[in-house]
Design a protein around this ligand. Structure first.
Ligand code: ATP
Length: 211
């Protein structure tokens, strides 16, 4: 179930539908709902802060819900509180600010996401450095697509001591016009390769800045 079909909620509901998940999408704006009808399995116009309306839609039977209302702070919190009250097992919610996120967590939301902040941080890393792509997989752990530093070109990874020296692991390598393959101790990096590295956020950033 996805509640709130703004840019974030509608993208989410459409992507879930594309992946074959049956979705109930709810928004209080009839025009928004009309626009998405046909593209998402079930779409309904309802005020998600209205307990009776949620009951009528069968919301208590759902296992997983995402509250994708952001700027409407009051509606976001009230909706999340109703879902907690209904004992929905897995509740996700989008937060706009840190305080919003804290409130959502306190009332019992299981997962809080900050799409605007996360995307801003990610883009900052990409535009300011040499990273080609970046994904934070945990609070202090990241995956990064980058180019091999000069120092490590032309010798096997097994001899490079990368993990000891920089705390990063080369997970996979892609040579021009080839697919990614897993890196082994015998893999030799070349200029023009693209590598996928993993490690603690700071270590990954430091390594990606090497010339
Ligand atoms: P986005 O950035 O994803 O476009 P947003 O963070 O600006 O959205 P809002 O505009 O607050 O978030 O809300 C997103 C959607 O949630 C809107 O389509 C709005 O109609 C819907 N919405 C707001 N309040 C309610 C409510 N009480 N019940 C159901 N839907 C609601």
């Amino acid at each position: 179930m996805v509640i709130g079909l703004g840019r974030f909620g509608s993208s989410l509901a459409l992507e879930l539908t594309r992946r074959g998940t049956e979705v109930l999408a709810i928004d209080s704006n009839a025009k928004t709902v009309q626009h998405l009808a046909g593209s998402i399995t079930h779409v309904a116009t309802a005020d998600a802060t209205d307990l009776e309306a949620l009951r009528q839609l069968g919301v208590p039977d759902f296992y997983r819900a995402v509250v994708a209302i952001g700027t409407g702070l009051e509606a976001s919190i009230l909706t999340a509180a109703l879902l907690v009250e209904m004992e929905i097992e897995d509740i996700w919610a989008k937060a706009i600010t840190k305080q919003h996120g804290q409130i959502l967590r306190r009332i019992g939301v299981h997962h809080v996401v900050f799409p605007d902040n996360d995307m801003g941080e990610r883009v900052a890393r990409l535009v300011s450095g040499r990273m080609l792509d970046y994904m934070q997989v945990d609070d202090d752990f990241a995956l990064c697509k980058t180019r091999p530093p000069r120092e490590y070109v032309g010798r096997p990874l097994g001899e490079s001591n990368l993990r000891r020296k920089y705390g990063v692991t080369v997970v996979a390598v892609k040579s021009p016009n080839e697919d990614f393959t897993y890196a082994t101790a015998d893999t030799e990096l070349s200029y023009g390769d693209v590598i996928l590295i993993s490690g603690r956020t700071d270590d990954v950033e430091r390594f990606a800045e090497l010339p």
